[in-house]
Design a protein around this ligand. Structure first.
Ligand code: ADP
Ligand code: ADP
Length: 224
């Protein structure tokens, strides 16, 4: 089953056509970058995949669930890291995670086990009892990524997750997220930065609301 299937999706803000018949699909367990310059339509596509925006044109299917017909099932299958952080700075890492788990109906021992496992995957376990305010930007982002894994999604969506971070923090995040894909999760990572992509990654190139190419990063860069 494809992890994500986007078919003939269009979206306009009034007169401004942000997406023009966009189609592509992602197989499970891949790291796929959504690459495109500012204004290409990346955030609009993310908003449609997370149902912050709704379009009547085209179809988005997540892990087999049509987001228009079965929004709960489709949304349960995704973990999302938005471009703007959504963290309570005065809560500890664990309390933030518990709050989020509760939103998914997960509590008690089950929640704690999942939180520990998710923090481990981002090498954030030793930060569990720190207040978010005390973490640097890179660690805050890693906590948000861990938080997006609690309900065990099939597809992880990240919208330019390294904006504003230093090189070392960006590197730690791209490495950790590539490992998540190796573990079987499908990752869809929006960026305008080519250096966040490795040659083995798949790339969907978006430009002015249209998919220009979908291929391995190596082929798109002109190698074999
Ligand atoms: P990004 O490219 O990082 O996604 P943008 O700068 O395109 O961010 O947009 C930032 C915010 O402004 C978003 O909420 C977006 O919907 C809104 N926005 C972008 N372009 C316009 C526009 N031409 N008119 C009104 N709102 C816009
Ligand atoms: P990206 O995330 O790739 O930078 P966006 O999805 O933010 O691209 O924007 C795609 C296009 O839609 C851009 O031309 C942007 O200016 C326009 N746009 C985005 N949000 C709005 C909005 N709220 N109102 C009008 N135009 C918008």
């Amino acid at each position: 089953m494809t992890a994500l299937d986007v078919r003939d999706v269009r979206f306009s803000y009034g007169e401004k056509e942000a997406l023009k018949s966009v189609s592509f699909s992602l197989e499970p367990g891949r790291f796929c970058a959504l690459l495109g310059p500012n204004g290409a339509g990346k955030s609009t596509l993310f908003a449609l995949m997370t149902r912050l925006l709704v379009t009547g044109e085209g179809r988005i299917t997540i892990a087999g669930h049509d987001i228009a017909r079965a929004p709960r099932a489709a949304l349960a299958a995704i973990g999302v890291v938005f471009q703007q952080p959504t963290l309570d700075l005065d809560m500890t890492v664990t309390r933030n995670m518990r709050y989020f788990a509760a939103l998914h109906g997960i509590s008690g021992r089950d929640a704690q086990a999942r939180i520990d496992a998710a923090l481990d995957r981002l090498s954030m376990r030793e930060r569990a009892d720190e207040k978010v305010r005390a973490l640097n930007g890179g660690h805050r982002r890693r906590m948000e990524i861990a938080r997006a894994l609690i309900h065990q999604p099939r597809l992880l969506l990240l919208d330019e997750p390294t904006v504003g971070l230093d090189t070392a923090s960006r590197r730690a995040i791209t490495d950790h997220v590539h490992e998540l894909a190796t573990g079987g999760l499908t990752v869809f990572w929006a960026t305008h930065l080519v250096d966040e992509i490795t040659p083995e990654d798949e790339v969907v190139v978006l430009h002015r609301g249209e998919v220009l190419a979908q291929d391995s990063a190596r082929s798109i860069a002109g190698g074999q």
